[in-house]
Design a protein around this ligand. Sequence first.
Ligand SMILES: Nc1ncnc2c1ncn2[C@@H]1O[C@H](COP(=O)(O)OP(=O)(O)OP(=O)(O)O)[C@@H](O)[C@H]1O
Length: 640
Amino acid sequence: MPLTLYSTTCFIKNDLYRLHIYVNDDDDDKKNSTDTQLSSFTSTDISKESIKPSLTQIKFQLINEKKNTNTSKIIILNQLLNVQQTKIITKKTRRNFNISTEVLNTYGTITPIVEQSKQTSCTTLNTQISEIVVPQTPIISRQFSFGRFFSTQSNPDDKLNPTYKSIVKINYVDISNSIRWNIKRLEVEVETEDIANELYMNLNLCLSTLTQRPQNLLVFINPFGGKGRAPYVYEKQVLPIFKESNINVKGIYTERANHAHDYILNEDLSGYDGLICVGGDGMFAELCHGLLLRTSHEAHLDIHDRQVNLIRPDLKIGVIPAGSTDAVVFGTTGLNDPITSALQIIVGESLLIDIATVHNEKGFVRFMATMLAYGFFGDIIHQSDKWRCLGPLRYDLAGFCQFISNKSYHTELTITLASSSDSTQICQPGTVTLMNNTNNETTSSSIPPLTQTKDTINSTTNTSNKVLDKIVTPGLEFCRRNCEQCALVDKPHTDKVQSPLQIKCEGRYTTINCLNMPGRCAKSKFGMSPYVHLGDGTFDLILVKRSWFTGFLRFLIQVASDGRTIEDLHNVERHRVSEVLIRPMHTDQIRLGNWACDGEVISGNEIKIRIHRQVLNLFASGIQFDNVRTNNPIKEVKTN
Ligand SMILES: Nc1ncnc2c1ncn2[C@@H]1O[C@H](COP(=O)(O)OP(=O)(O)OP(=O)(O)O)[C@@H](O)[C@H]1O
């Protein structure tokens, strides 16, 4: 039974409501139910102990005298941004708040409330609409009165005796459009200044229980991010919301590349709850490197050791998108909207993501947050770096040149497959050697493609069966908000511990890509690896084998239009892995490809990429799909 903490009557626009602050500890499915019956009796003050932050809600219940209806709108406490109290002089007479409790306790059909919004002119909120049996005909509480009508018309006495409206402004986060978050504003008029005080104090007391919200943030703004867009985004769109939400912000405009990185490594960060960057993926990489390296130094980790185990920093990172690609924000919130990202920071959303360490033969090179590429995409980054004077056009030009040259590179890969629950196919017959990691015994085997039937798979050897079971388990689920697959790996495994399984591949590849995030961006709706998970301790390895122009062109077109089906192409393999060693087979520099990690050129005769599960905590929600089914059609297995 919901426990009402506080209740009062109020007007929103010209409609009378009963406002309840209450704790709803009913079952999950009833948490947002608009028809929960609440008692209107409460004391004037709420005790802090009675507030359960995750279960506390604010409900506005309309008493509509004409339609015999009753509208409810619920704001969850964590959606509340701030509360303000004002007094407005009005010429109109005061509202008639004398409503009988009988009226206030009647229930009828639930319809939406109309609210004010600064973003759009007037918005109708989505509320659940349901039919409820009306216990009795409601008593009309505010009878139409000619006297009251005329008294609201202009009256010379108004100037001498102004009346006041006691207003409480409630600003909250609207998440009805699950991906794009917005701010909604409600003006609530109450009967007296005392009630306004009471409501203001009680709502602020509720707000003070939300301990996951950051109070002090350090923000780095790249003045050149997104072609100079970042300062505007920060000053005009984001800073006002931070201030409105009573967050203390220290802003630093970066003066050079690596300014943020060096600041995080060397300065005192003890007063902050989070680090924010306003810029693109390059700025995120600076914050990520600064924070992870600082934590590693503090813990005396040897970062050059390939087997190093990273430690998760205490501070969280937030990204306000203002870059040219914004792959990190696309991957973690679903869109690159600065307001959505700012609101997710304010309410203290949390998303634990995997980060990979990248080592070459000499030691630590970089952390990988989004993508590492060898071959085609590395060559583009390498080439475009030399053509900086051409601006963003350089990427298209470099891409075209690389495509025409159609280079491929002889490479050997040692791949450590992810555990059975999340491995995805795919190896082509004849290219793979299986290695048992525990005794270093190697077995040559042909691994059939995903399209092969289970019967065929069962006819292979015992060792191969274990491998194949791992490889053919499809992982075709999008990573989304409160992702079950990412949460699953947190639980201790009850079944027998399986040793990591390695395979070796060798061949000529046009491009080898490791993706830790899907790679969604304006040019690729689903990204190159739509089903990769952000926090399950794995990443996707995508191998594109040497082919004719048309074969590679088909791959590029598929990535741009719908990356979900790239492995249907004959020249593409996808593996879900936890570790990979990429070793180019040529010593001749001219016949070697280039490496790029998160958009930066790196070097090495061999590169080892190793994932570290959930080592970075972001202020982000993950992608909340409206309808997971429409976004995630079950892929039909083709038999050709
Ligand atoms: N004041 C500065 N002067 C020069 N370079 C800077 C400065 N501040 C940051 N940088 C560097 O600029 C690089 C690119 O910045 P950022 O990622 O913000 O924008 P972008 O390149 O437009 O976006 P994206 O990376 O999403 O394509 C970063 O790697 C960062 O190190």
